[in-house]
Design a protein around this ligand. Structure first.
Ligand code: NOJ
Ligand code: MG
Length: 527
């Protein structure tokens, strides 16, 4: 297995820095806090941490509005503190991946401040400025992901600028070589410091239609969806030229040894896989969000794994994500009892898994009183708010959950007693211990690290697949429902349970019929 890039065998752990660990009592998580918690991440066994943005930011979108691509926001600490975190992570064998937000900057970024001053400003064409439509109004019908027109009018210069997200997040003009050069420079700044890679934000938005054609209506739009989905964003996103830009970014990364390029892309599988690039010269890992978006049904999950496996380009490495800072918590989506089965699925599928902080202890969406809502997306439509999945990490059952000694920026959960790191670390039957055991098994098991994926059976609420490498072979059997399921195994298939979501079946012999209790999963080592 040596010779394969590290990230193929890695487990990635996403940290939302504002909510992981506060070290100075201001109620916001910070870099020193993360450094203090490296011991935990080491114990858990993750190979890499990905930090959501830590750059200077007015925090209109909590760091996804960057005012300086080569600095650290004071709320998180200093560049020196970042270097200390990176050094200590590396000393523990943990890699560090930064979030990079190329599609848009903050409206306070000096580039935009300059760009908006005049039509002939030096950096005018670093952003996307257009005249009003002939009859007045925005240049076209494009919508912002967060609602409303994606165009903001500037009285001073009589033009609109484009923003795929908030008004405070003007889109950069990636057709401008000067912008590309500046952004590559920012990447090199961090690569030179030793970061191990980047997760590129909103990467399918990067290039817009050269002719700014109107987006067509979406016939499948449902009113419970954000208004953005009322149009098909075929001209504002996923344009063919984006792949040239990504190939260029990849060349910058490849000038350094062993770095990783991940991209955030919400597209159907057949479009997603294009982001591996021609001859795999694009992203190493275009994030695969199919588990986040799918109905939690055995036949559905089995079908989507097969669809993804089939669609991958030759040599393209798969990856799986169960949760992130934009979606409801997995334990809320599938229920607390099922969270263990979801963990087993995530960590036994073929490819690199990404965990979201707190999911390993089964953190759930936290209900927020109206006066604690922070996410700008929730301003008009509370239902779209993402705060519930961004609440402080639950380290212990104390007042600030072990997260802060001050007033936490988002409220801590009420089920703290049952759901915190300290108590689960002391309890071998906890979800946390299951995550740790699954990660440990992956580490040493070639069938999981690089074995093939073979569907075996789907029946009722249960599904089973096989992972095989040379003579090593594992059967993963998962019950996605609450009732007992009996799985008929192919004739001759037998083995012993190596790991179960519950502790009482270790070593049990299995052949012919595998009975799974409700919300149970087992990994069987096959003979
Ligand atoms: C995707 C990020 O994950 C999300 O949190 C953010 O609001 C948008 N991109 C805009 O940067
Ligand atoms: Mg702090």
């Amino acid at each position: 297995m040596s010779g394969e890039p590290w990230w193929r065998h890695a487990v990635v752990y996403q940290i939302y820095p504002l909510s992981f660990q506060d070290s100075d009592g201001d109620g916001y998580g910070d870099l020193r806090g993360i450094r203090v918690r490296l011991e935990y991440l080491d114990w858990l066994g993750v190979d890499a941490i990905w930090l959501s943005p830590i750059y200077p930011s007015p925090m209109a979108d909590f760091g996804y509005d960057v005012a300086d691509y080569t600095g650290v926001d004071a709320v998180f600490g200093t560049l020196a503190e970042f270097d200390a975190l990176l050094a200590e992570a590396h000393a523990r064998g943990i890699r560090l991946i930064l979030d990079f937000v190329p599609n848009h900057s903050s409206d306070r970024h000096p580039w935009f401040v300059e760009s908006r001053t005049a039509r002939d400003a030096r950096r005018r064409d670093w952003y996307i400025w257009r005249d009003p439509a002939p009859g007045g109004g925005p240049p076209n019908n494009w919508l912002s992901v967060f609602g409303g027109s994606a165009w903001a009018y500037e009285e001073a210069t009589g033009q609109y600028y484009y923003h795929a997200f908030l008004n405070e997040q003007p889109d950069l003009n990636w057709r401008n070589p000067a912008v590309r050069e500046a952004m590559h420079g920012a990447l090199r700044f961090w690569l030179d410091r030793g970061v191990d890679g980047f997760r590129l934000d909103a990467i399918w938005h990067l290039i817009k239609d050269e002719r700014f054609r109107d987006n067509p209506p979406n016939p499948a739009y449902r009113p419970d969806q954000p208004p953005f989905f009322s149009l098909l964003p075929v001209y504002s996103t996923d344009r063919p030229e984006v792949h040239d830009v990504l190939a260029e970014l990849r060349r910058t990364i490849d000038a350094y040894a062993d770095r990783l390029l991940i991209g955030e892309i919400y597209l159907p599988i057949e479009r997603l896989i294009a982001y591996y690039g021609k001859d795999l010269a694009g992203l190493h890992l275009p994030f695969n969000f199919s588990l986040i978006q799918a109905a939690w049904k055995a036949h559905r999950l089995a079908a989507l794994v097969e669809e993804y496996e089939r669609a991958l380009p030759p040599g393209g490495w798969p990856n799986w994500v169960l949760g992130n800072h934009d979606k409801h918590r997995i334990a809320t989506r599938v229920g607390s009892a099922q969270a263990a089965v979801a963990a087993m699925l995530l960590l036994t599928l073929r490819g690199t898994p990404t965990l979201y902080y707190g999911d390993e202890i089964g953190m759930r969406d936290v209900a927020l009183p109206a006066d604690r809502v922070r996410d700008p997306w929730a301003r008009d439509r509370p239902a779209f708010g993402r705060d519930a999945a961004r609440t402080p990490m639950q380290w212990d059952a104390g007042a600030g959950a072990g997260f802060t000694e001050g007033m936490p920026w988002l409220p801590v959960a009420e089920d703290l007693e049952a759901c915190n790191v300290a108590s689960q670390r002391a309890d071998p039957s906890s979800l946390l211990h299951l995550y740790r055991a699954l990660i440990a098994l992956r580490r040493t098991e070639p069938a999981l690290l690089s074995g093939s994926y073979e569907p075996v059976v789907v029946s009722g609420d249960a599904l089973a697949f096989r992972r095989r490498h040379d003579t090593r072979s594992l059967l993963v059997a998962l019950n996605l429902g609450g009732a007992t399921q009996r799985l008929l195994l192919p004739s001759g298939m037998r083995g012993r349970i190596a790991l179960g979501t519950r502790l009482d079946r270790g070593g049990e012999r299995v052949s012919a019929v595998l009975t799974l209790r409700g919300d149970e999963g087992v990994i069987v080592r096959l003979e």
